[in-house]
Design a protein around this ligand. Structure first.
Ligand code: BTN
Length: 269
């Protein structure tokens, strides 16, 4: 398959946003687009996006590597400067997840029933991961200086692009559907879907993105294995709370709100 190079002007043609993605930096190779946005954060405006054809040190959550072979994925990071307390920033990950879901649905309605959001930041197609969001914040005490929303989406990766340990867990849009999706359009659509959800969130409106994350959840109603602060428990996921926290029922019947953790679906029913 020939990988077309991403061209900023083509992405811009698809943009319907006011400020998100209106400044685009397109790179061939970088360590991590999140790191690059962080380096630019003091001089660039909110909405600036850095994307790259490949990353040499692509990062996922919990210090994991993000597989970033050349020309086959969406590897982009978005700079935000919200006037919000640090505690609200994790909700931006969910806005990212909802935006990815909406963009995929807008590009291909047949994906609607297949794409699921696994709290807090994984995008699944069927049972396997196709994308993720890495939100990183720079704060000075109680003041958020900037936030980087890193989005990785496996568009046309082949099975051989994944290391052996990920073959059963990860896939790409191409591997799962046999279709070739236009990366430039998909990137623009993610940004188009992100902006209105973000603007509403800044005004305190969380209903819309939470509804998407609820309806499209891969975990609500399931028994899962939750790792939290280094400890693992089997829990039943009941819902998402108003701040995007996971509401779970513990084995002893106690209801608990989880702000940050890692879920494994291997116990799901
Ligand atoms: C995860 O699922 O753990 C999050 C993955 C986020 C990957 C993206 S790729 C673009 C940006 N740059 C990075 O180094 N990571 C994010």
């Amino acid at each position: 398959m020939i990988a077309n190079r991403l061209v900023s002007e083509n992405i811009a043609q698809y943009l319907k946003t006011e400020f998100i993605g209106r400044k685009l930096y397109g790179l061939d190779t970088i360590d991590s687009t999140n790191s690059e946005v962080k380096r630019k954060s003091s001089v660039e405006a909110e909405g600036t996006v850095v994307f790259s054809e490949q990353q040499t040190a692509g990062r996922g959550r919990l210090g994991r590597e993000w597989i970033s072979p050349k020309g086959k994925g969406i590897l982009m990071s978005l700079l935000l400067k919200p006037d919000l307390p640090p505690a609200k920033i994790p909700q931006l990950t969910m806005i990212g997840a909802a935006a990815i879901f909406l963009a995929l649905e807008n590009l291909d309605a047949s994906l609607q029933d297949k794409v699921r959001i696994k709290w807090p930041n994984d995008i699944l197609l069927g049972e396997k991961k196709i994308g993720g969001i890495l939100t990183e914040m720079q704060a000075n005490g109680d003041r958020v200086q900037s936030v980087v929303i890193g989005i990785g989406l496996n568009v046309s990766l082949q099975a051989a692009d994944f290391p052996e340990e990920l073959v059963m867990k990860a896939t790409s849009l191409f591997l799962a559907t046999g279709k070739v999706y236009e990366r430039e359009r998909l990137m623009a659509e993610i940004l188009n879907c992100f902006e209105p959800l973000y603007l509403k969130f800044l005004k305190g409106a969380t209903k819309e993105f939470l509804a998407i994350c609820r309806q499209r959840s891969a975990v609500i109603g399931k028994k899962v294995f939750l790792t939290e602060k280094g400890e693992g428990h089997e829990v039943e996921v009941l819902d998402l709370g108003p701040q995007g926290e996971l509401i779970v029922k513990m084995a002893n019947g106690k209801i608990s709100s989880i702000i940050s953790g890692e879920i494994s679906l291997s116990f799901s029913s």
